[in-house]
Design a protein around this ligand. Structure first.
Ligand code: ATP
Ligand code: MG
Length: 330
């Protein structure tokens, strides 16, 4: 079966709905007919300052959310990135074959560093796409299910895989992006020109929030000064985003939804979107709470997942080290 790798950061307590629709939902769908590796990428989270207690709790919580969303640790390899040290080890090697200018072209660094003032941005935030390259290549992944925001990092992954292969001999599988078109980019509800992010909490819908808070977020989404419900992401990004969200949670296509709102205003659309998201979020949160009640079981599953992942990662790293000319310890 083709192998897939994907990760999510434990950067906030709860996943936001773009994480679910753009990534995690696909992870669940792919685990049956793929050799799936999914991880909580805590090494990526520390590219911005994290409170250690919160990071610890959020890593357990992210793992619980993946289980609650339907990732099955018997069918997929579900693990925590820092428990497999080969990610960081290969990350260093990949940094050394990356050009400074090449890394400097990554737009997510520009976006994220601009938020906190780029003088305060860490070197880790700058090089994090290269660690992501290592996350993918160390498993020889054929495809990477991610949202549209990760497309540029996937291109870097392909470039570096090809570069390493041509310099040192074929070592890595060159992966393909797997981006589900309809839900690839869920937009921020307060600023529908930006993507929804955990780290932009004002415009995000967090799935573990109280249903009242979730409903309020959707009902106060920024739209436009017209009244007609139409799907047009360019001129009506706010309304189109609500249609995408409603369609994804109800399993309906956007064209047929639009007909329902003929003669009705944005209020009806917002109310229905709120209802559909809450109908998913409520049982999801209940399942997460059950899983969180047994942290020993969560850490046991993490350990088993890391062992499965490391068996693959250590094999790749050994080949890489040998190809580079490193002398093996005997
Ligand atoms: P942060 O703000 O900390 O970067 P995030 O919300 O962007 O958090 P990540 O952990 O960086 O979440 O990404 C996890 C996965 O969710 C990735 O595959 C990413 O492409 C996907 N994703 C994130 N935001 C969206 C979005 N708005 N629409 C669709 N997919 C998304
Ligand atoms: Mg992100």
């Amino acid at each position: 079966a083709p192998r897939v790798l994907s990760g999510i950061q434990p950067t906030a307590g709860s996943f936001q709905l773009g994480n679910y629709l753009g990534a995690v939902k696909q992870w669940v769908a792919m685990q049956d007919d793929h050799d799936a590796f999914y991880c909580v990428v805590d090494l990526h989270a520390i590219t911005v300052e994290q409170d250690p207690k919160e990071l610890h709790a959020n890593t357990l919580l992210a793992y619980a959310q993946l289980l609650a969303a339907g990732v099955d640790p018997d069918r997929a390899t579900l693990f925590v990135q820092s428990q497999v040290p080969e990610h960081a080890q290969l990350g260093w090697v990949m940094q050394c074959i990356t050009g400074f200018g090449e890394a400097n072209r990554m737009t997510q660094f520009k976006d994220k560093s601009a938020r906190g003032g780029s003088d305060h941005a860490s070197v880790g935030l700058f090089t994090y796409p290269i660690l992501q390259v290592a996350d993918i290549l160390i498993y020889q992944a054929d495809a990477v299910p991610v949202g549209e925001d990760q497309r540029q990092h996937l291109e870097l992954t392909r470039d570096l895989a090809q570069r390493f292969n041509s310099r040192y001999g074929t070592t890595f599988t060159v992966p393909q992006p797997f981006i589900v078109k309809d839900t690839a980019k869920i937009l921020d509800l307060q600023d529908p020109t930006a993507k929804m992010s955990k780290s932009l909490p004002h415009g995000a819908v967090f799935l573990l929030d109280d249903p009242k808070v979730i409903a309020k977020r959707l009902k106060s989404a920024v739209t436009d000064s017209e009244t007609e419900v139409r799907f047009d992401p360019d001129t009506k990004p706010g309304v189109s985003n609500l249609l995408t969200i409603l369609g994804a949670f109800t399993g309906r296509d956007v064209e047929s939804l639009v007909l329902d709102y003929d003669g009705k205003g944005y209020g009806a659309l917002k109310g229905d979107a709120a209802e559909a998201v809450v109908a998913f979020a409520q049982p999801f949160a209940a399942r997460v709470a059950e899983l969180q009640a047994d942290p020993a079981e969560l850490t046991r599953l993490m350990g088993a997942g890391a062992a499965k992942a490391q068996a693959v990662a250590s094999t790749t790293l050994a080949t890489v080290y040998e190809r580079m000319g490193f002398v093996a310890a005997r």
